[in-house]
Design a protein around this ligand. Structure first.
Ligand code: NAP
Length: 248
C-alpha cells in the first residue's frame, strides 16, 4: 500500500501561524491539501494570502494564548478540526540567579498550559464525535537538553515532550495520534538574539552538521507526515528536525 500524505478535506488548527515556524507549518499543511484555522494574537495576513493562493480555505481566530480563557471561544469559532498544531510559544532569557516569576509564568502559561488545555478541548470534541485526530506539539532541542539562561523555556519544552508522551498513552486507543516535532536552530524571531550574538551564532553553527540555521520551510515535511494517514501508527514520538544537532 502506498502511504498517503494527502490532507485534502482535512482542517488544521495552527496556533501562532502569523510568522516563523507556525506560518511555514500552516502553508505546508495547506500545500498538502488542508484548510487552515490560524489562532493567534497578531493578524496572520501573509499566511492567509499564501494559504488561499494554494486554493485552500483560511480562517483567522484572534486569541491570546497567554491564558486559557479564550479556549472555549477558539473551539467554537474554529468549528470541527482534524489536526491541531500547538506551535505558539515565547522565550525569555536571563541568568537563572536573576530570573523573575513573571518570566517563569508567562513562558509556562503560553508554551505548556495553553498547549495542554487546547489539546484537551480539541480531543474532547473528537471523543464526543467518536472519531480520532492528530495533535502535533512543537517542542525544542531543550525538550532533550538543558540550554542556558532560559529556565522557563527549558522547563516548558521538556514538559511539553513529557505531555506529548502522556497524551499519546491516554489517547492512542481512541484513534488520536499525539506527537511532537523538535526543531533545531531555525532563523525566526525566537532566535534573533542568538543570531545577533556573534559568539553564540558561531558556536551554534559549528555544532550543526548541516552547517546552517534551519529555514522555516524545513519543518513542514515533518508536520505533513505527522498530520497524515502515513503516521497512523506513530504515537508519542518527538521527531527532531535539527540539521543533525542531536546526533553530534
Ligand atoms: P516566532 O517567530 O516568535 O513565533 C512565535 C509565534 O507564537 C508567533 O506567531 C506568536 O505570535 C505566537 N505567540 C506567542 N505568544 C502568543 C500568545 N500569548 N498568544 C498567541 N500567540 C502567541 O518564533 P518561532 O521560532 O516561529 O516559534 C514557533 C514555535 O517553535 C515556538 O513554540 C518555539 O518555542 C518553537 N521553536 C522554535 C525554534 C527556533 O529555532 N526558531 C526552535 C525550537 C522550537 P505574535 O507574532 O503575535 O507574537
Amino acid at each position: 500500500m502506498t502511504p498517503s500524505f494527502d490532507l485534502s478535506g482535512r482542517v488544521a488548527l495552527v496556533t501562532g501561524a502569523n510568522t516563523g515556524l507556525g506560518q511555514a507549518v500552516a502553508v505546508g499543511l495547506a500545500a498538502a491539501g488542508a484548510d487552515i484555522v490560524a489562532v493567534g494574537r497578531s493578524a496572520p495576513t501573509e499566511t492567509g494570502e499564501a494559504v488561499t493562493a494554494l486554493g485552500r480555505r483560511f480562517t483567522a481566530v484572534t486569541a491570546d494564548l497567554g491564558s486559557i480563557a479564550p479556549i472555549p471561544a477558539i473551539i467554537e469559532q474554529a468549528g470541527p478540526v482534524d489536526i491541531l498544531v500547538n506551535n505558539a510559544g515565547i522565550i525569555r532569557r536571563n541568568d537563572s540567579l536573576d530570573f523573575s516569576e513573571d518570566d517563569w509564568d508567562a513562558v509556562m502559561d503560553t508554551n505548556l498550559k495553553s498547549a495542554f488545555f487546547l489539546a484537551q478541548a480539541v480531543a474532547r470534541t473528537w471523543v464526543a464525535a467518536n472519531r480520532g485526530g492528530k495533535i502535533i506539539n512543537i517542542c525544542s532541542m531543550l525538550s532533550f537538553q538543558g540550554g542556558i539562561r532560559v529556565p522557563s523555556y527549558t522547563a516548558s519544552k521538556s514538559g511539553l515532550a513529557g505531555l506529548t508522551k502522556l497524551l499519546a498513552c491516554e489517547w492512542a486507543g481512541k484513534g488520536i495520534n499525539v506527537n511532537g516535532i523538535a526543531p533545531g536552530y531555525f532563523a525566526t524571531n525566537n532566535t534573533e538574539a542568538l543570531r545577533a550574538d556573534e559568539t553564540r551564532n558561531r558556536d551554534i553553527l559549528a555544532r550543526i552538521p548541516a552547517g546552517r540555521w534551519g529555514d522555516p520551510g524545513d519543518l513542514s515535511g515533518a508536520a505533513v507526515f505527522l498530520a497524515s494517514d502515513a503516521a497512523a501508527y506513530v504515537h508519542g514520538t518527538i521527531l527532531p528536525v535539527d540539521g543533525g544537532w542531536l546526533a553530534r
